[in-house]
Design a protein. Structure first.
Ligand SMILES: Cc1ncc(COP(=O)(O)O)c(C=O)c1O
Length: 415
């Protein structure tokens, strides 16, 4: 391994701390590693380079937005062409209508679309539409589910007050009985149930829906006039091109998209069925930048590009191979690696050692040019290649070698 130099990242980080609270904030701040890269200099395909010139195969994909590869030529060309006409102007651009039409054609449950910038715009709008349509206040969410940073979503974080959370009820993932109980405890009060299509919390194995779970949740919503919202912000276009709900055989009333929809250009969308179109019209939802034309062109081009290939099939295949290879080589070194979630968004956990060792293994991978995170699911893109996988396995193996013999966690050692 060449010497791993991150001195420019470190110097920039020191400067950042003087003028930016936390130096790097939000989820990027969470993933700052003491001995890891902190700023990028450029990105191309499935790779990025940090400010010190280190090259990484990127399995975070900017936390999901990068789905076709960084600086994908067709997407960048669409953005540049749109920019030539203007971007933020005093009227909406025709591309907004074209994008909405494309979403209605592509997404099975969509009869209309509204646009924002971040996933949290779409989830926030979704609950407002549900409240407007039902005249009810309460939101039911899955315990540990993440839907953005609006106060009603921020339990336990400074800045949110108890009143923000008063209308939010929680059920465990995969527990339709608990939902049924909540419905009877709060008869006529629940506006919506909002959930990702499968459970992808941080710091925990990701969980797929149990057989029959979604059919029952859908039936309970229908029988009780509760709006069913799928938060597909993270998993959108990586599980099924027509909406992740299609993969699990159910139909929501509203679906939130963000992240991958614009291949990294800032766009989010709420799509819904005709039954909620009037409510969506009446909710006052806007933002100065919501009408930017270029990100809409990026999203239209992204959906078009994804539609030209079996993108989900490719990412599923790559993710399956990646995980199978990692699990196997971990086993050969005495480590038990668990891969959970969907193949295109694998969450990894070393099960027979401490969390500290798991994070140390991730750090060793990062130092060698494979960018991963210890506590969050990863993402595949259509730009990852077999050569990237091969290199990843070599790096992962070298990282295990660097750790040495596993020091088994007490439970694993006892078992
Ligand atoms: C499932 C889910 N919903 C909503 C959001 C919020 O999206 P954004 O960060 O774009 O506001 C995220 C972001 O990670 C997410 O994963």
């Amino acid at each position: 391994m060449q010497t791993y130099d991150i001195s420019r990242s470190q110097a920039l980080y020191a400067r950042a701390q003087e003028v930016i609270p936390g130096g790097i904030f939000g989820h990027y701040g969470y993933s700052v590693r003491e001995d890891g890269p902190k700023f990028f200099s450029r990105a191309e395909g499935a790779h990025f380079w940090d400010v010190d010139g280190n090259d990484y195969i990127d399995y975070m994909c900017a936390y999901g937005p990068m789905i076709l590869g960084y600086r994908h030529p067709a997407i960048e060309a669409a953005v540049e062409a749109e920019q030539r006409h203007g971007n933020t102007v005093s009227l909406a651009a025709p591309i907004m209508v074209e994008l909405a039409e494309t979403l209605v054609e592509t997404v099975a449950a969509a009869d209309w679309a509204l646009f924002g910038k971040n996933g949290g715009d779409a989830t926030g709008l979704a609950v407002m539409v549900a409240r407007a349509a039902t005249g009810r206040a309460k939101i039911v969410k899955v315990d540990g589910g993440y839907h953005g940073v609006a106060p009603w979503m921020r339990e336990g974080f400074p800045g949110a007050i108890p009143a923000d959370l008063e209308q939010v009820l929680k059920v465990p993932w995969n527990d339709a009985d608990a939902f049924e109980q909540l419905i009877s405890d709060h008869a006529g009060e629940i506006a919506c149930f909002i959930s990702s299509p499968y459970h992808h919390p941080v710091f925990a194995d990701n969980e797929l829906p149990a057989p029959g779970y979604w059919a029952r949740m859908e039936a309970l919503c229908r029988a009780n006039g509760i709006v069913l919202i799928v938060d597909d912000v993270r998993s959108g276009f990586r599980l099924h091109p027509a909406g992740s709900n299609v993969a699990y055989g159910f139909t929501p009333d509203l679906i939130c998209f963000g992240k991958a929809i614009g291949n990294g250009h800032p766009l989010a969308a709420l799509v819904g069925t005709d039954a909620l179109k009037d409510a969506a019209k009446d909710v006052y939802f806007t933002g100065t930048q919501f009408f930017n034309a270029a990100p809409m062109a990026a999203a239209k081009a992204t959906l078009d590009e994804l539609g030209k290939m079996d993108a989900v099939g490719r990412m599923t295949d790559l993710g399956t191979k990646l995980s199978d290879g990692l699990v196997k080589l971990a086993g050969q070194r005495g480590y038990e690696l668990i891969a959970s979630g969907i193949p295109a968004m694998p969450y990894y956990r070393l099960a027979n050692v401490s969390q500290r060792t798991h994070f140390a293994w991730i750090d060793e991978c990062v130092k060698r040019g494979v960018y991963m995170l210890g506590y969050h699911n990863h993402f595949l893109s259509t730009a990852h290649t077999e050569a990237d996988l091969q290199r990843t396995w070599e790096v992962a193996d070298a990282a295990f070698e660097a750790l040495g013999e596993p020091e088994l966690a007490p439970a694993a050692a006892a078992g």
